[in-house]
Design a protein around this ligand. Structure first.
Ligand code: FES
Length: 107
């Protein structure tokens, strides 16, 4: 939970465009950031099926489609939605601080 982790500056808001997943590596964590309207989300950037970066996938509303086998996850809950993905992805709390999006990662 947010109060058990550490907040990290992840990207400037100007780097986060609607519908364009944005991959970053922070303290050894591969994170994908998303902007949907005025809401921001963060998940693990690694698909739970095989090795693929979700930031290379297609964002459709609040669903990210993996670029390798087209499995889908809900970026709000992390739920694996469509075959072949079966294992949920990790999600992380986010907050806006000035011009930055911050992500809370496990300490
Ligand atoms: Fe993502 Fe297969 S690697 S669906």
């Amino acid at each position: 939970m947010a109060d058990q982790g550490t907040w990290h500056a992840a990207a400037t808001l100007g780097e986060l465009n609607e519908g364009e997943p944005y991959g970053v590596e922070i303290a050894g964590h591969h994170i994908a950031l998303y902007r949907v309207g005025n809401e921001y989300y963060a998940t693990s950037n690694i698909c739970t099926h095989e090795e693929a970066l979700l930031s290379d996938g297609v964002l459709d509303g609040c669903e990210i489609e993996c670029p390798l086998h087209m499995g889908r996850f809900d970026i709000n809950t992390g739920e694996a939605l469509t075959s072949p993905v079966e294992i949920d992805i990790q999600t992380y709390p986010v907050r806006v601080a000035g011009d930055w999006l911050e992500v809370c990662l496990p300490a």
